[in-house]
Design a protein around this ligand. Structure first.
Ligand SMILES: Cc1cc2nc3c(=O)[nH]c(=O)nc-3n(C[C@H](O)[C@H](O)[C@H](O)COP(=O)(O)OP(=O)(O)OC[C@H]3O[C@@H](n4cnc5c(N)ncnc54)[C@H](O)[C@@H]3O)c2cc1C
Length: 475
């Protein structure tokens, strides 16, 4: 499921900045310096979402901590905008810049696992899939999100909501330490004992505080899962029941319900293509027998929807890595989306979701629902910079658009749908925010959370060098 609200990109190429001598920089950097005249410049500046078309003066594929220091210094010397990139999935396109400096962690991918201690250090250029593959080989796991190509940099610093959340918490709840180069060029350790204020801020506060070079995670035992895709007919009743079942299920079960038109997948009867379905993604983090039992009520929802069996049932025992199916690297969708939290999905909410989805004739439109709770909710609100521990259900509303002229209409539809279903919880998850302004950043960091982040920002980045993000202004 793609969720994005990209800023419209600029399309006029800018000349290389006269203030950067690329040849001199090449002599100073161990990694790769990519300028507008290099063959791989076009691919290096490409980010995940379509519609973001920016031209950095230089992309520096850093290889070492010293490279990172040098790039930070260069940004200070030149005054150019600095973008930090891990997996390149930012909905705002914050990991690239028009005319500025892009610090790309792509090549920093070392992973060092301590199987006895059940911990791993992973450099910040890794993807969720790469880390998951490495630890799964040892029967261990760390929960990221629903997409393998997402960078561990962005997802970890924002929180990390995924299949293992109810059992093991957010990604940040398994974060033990991080190494970070701050605006003054210092490499610092942040953990429970060393710079604990910074460690607090890094767990949800995004890229505001410096360049994280590597993360240390606690790993959970996970020899296997029962998981995959379950496609069910979408009716108000099946949607309501799916969420109720997800909420009642043991914490081993993580689900995502995408209510959307059925994509034309080869294993789905053509009669269903384009019809509204629950495109369910389920992951049972436990043994196969108890998984089969826990998942049966979801399979039975087919009957509630008037069918004998699910439209497609690809749920099976396997490795956790299978929750990250192969992705097309050339997939760059044009999408708008908004995020929020719901207290409940009752019949009225489910009916509104169905009616609104039926009201738009776009090939890709979706309401994504994720039941939270469990281990996520057992962490106090003020223990990390992710302050939505009590939020029950995450909702993302998304639509694809076709060109800039179509974007406002799709955005209006998304906005109206979300507005029609929101209840008392007005928070937002920072990693699903688009370019939505200060009030929404405050919704992600309510009250005291924002104030504390601003104070920590003042200490570590008083000049707001790291500002291409959901920005916290230094206090
Ligand atoms: C298809 C898709 C699926 C998603 N699914 C989920 C999901 O299931 N759960 C979830 O929680 N989120 C999900 N997200 C949201 C995702 O977590 C955020 O978009 C995240 O910021 C992407 O991280 P990235 O490293 O790929 O992005 P980038 O664009 O590379 O980075 C985003 C921002 O993070 C900061 N940043 C990244 N790395 C560093 C670093 N090492 N040091 C300092 N700052 C850094 C920078 O500010 C940067 O602009 C999804 C996004 C997409 C596009």
């Amino acid at each position: 499921m793609t969720v994005s609200s990209p800023r419209p990109g600029t399309s006029t190429p800018s000349a290389p900045s006269p203030t950067i001598d690329l040849d001199a920089l090449r002599g100073e950097i161990t990694g790769r310096v990519i300028g507008p005249n290099d063959d791989d410049y076009e691919s290096a500046r490409q980010v995940m979402f379509g519609g973001i078309d920016r031209h950095p003066a230089v992309v520096v594929r850093v290889a070492t901590v010293d490279d990172i220091r040098r790039v930070i210094e260069l940004a200070r010397e030149t005054g150019l905008e600095l973008a930090i990139r891990s997996g390149g999935h930012s909905a705002r396109g914050d990991s690239t810049t028009e005319g500025g400096i892009e610090l790309d962690l792509h090549d920093m991918t070392a992973i060092d696992i301590d199987p006895r201690a059940k911990t791993a250090w992973a450099e910040a250029g890794n993807t969720a899939l790469a880390v998951t593959q490495a630890v799964t080989e040892r029967g261990l796991a760390i929960g990221f999100g629903d997409t393998g190509s997402v960078g561990i940099g962005g997802i970890t610093l924002g929180g990390g909501v995924g299949y293992l959340g109810r059992k093991h918490g957010l990604t940040i709840d398994s974060l033990l330490a991080a190494d970070i180069v701050t605006a003054d060029g210092e490499l610092r350790r942040a953990d429970a004992d060393t710079n604990p204020d910074l460690f607090w801020a890094l767990r949800g506060g995004g890229g505001n505080f410096g360049v994280v070079t590597r993360f240390q995670y606690r790993l959970a035992d996970l020899p296997g899962i029962v998981g995959g895709m379950l496609v069910l007919p979408a009716t108000a009743e099946t949607v309501e029941r799916f969420i109720a079942l997800s909420d009642e299920a043991p914490e081993e079960l993580g689900t995502i319900a995408n209510v959307m038109p059925c994509p034309p997948m080869p294993f789905v009867d053509e009669a269903w293509h384009g019809k509204l379905v629950i495109f369910g993604l389920l992951c049972w983090a436990g043994d196969a027998a108890s998984g089969a039992k826990a998942l049966q009520p979801f399979r039975d929802l087919a009957k509630v929807g008037g069918l004998d069996a699910p439209i497609a049932d690809l749920v099976h025992p396997g490795a956790f890595t299978e929750m990250y199916p192969p992705e097309d690297p050339d997939y760059h969708p044009l999408a708008v989306s908004l995020t929020g939290f719901l207290d409940r999905v009752d019949r009225t909410t489910a009916e509104t979701i169905m009616t609104r989805l039926e009201s738009l004739d776009a090939p890709m439109r979706a309401v994504q629902l994720r039941v939270l709770g469990g281990a996520i909710a057992r962490v106090p609100d003020d223990a990390t910079a992710y302050a939505h521990r009590a939020s029950k259900i995450m909702v993302n509303v998304a639509a694809f658009y076709e060109g800039e002229q179509d974007r406002p209409q799709k955005m209006a539809w998304v906005r109206e749908l979300l507005g029609a279903i929101l209840q008392s919880d007005r928070g937002a998850y920072v990693n699903f925010l688009g370019d939505e302004g200060e009030a929404r950043i405050r919704a992600a960091y309510p009250g005291a959370t924002y104030d504390r982040l601003a104070e920590i920002k003042r200490r570590y980045d008083p000049e707001n060098l790291f500002r291409l993000n959901q920005n916290i202004a230094p206090a």
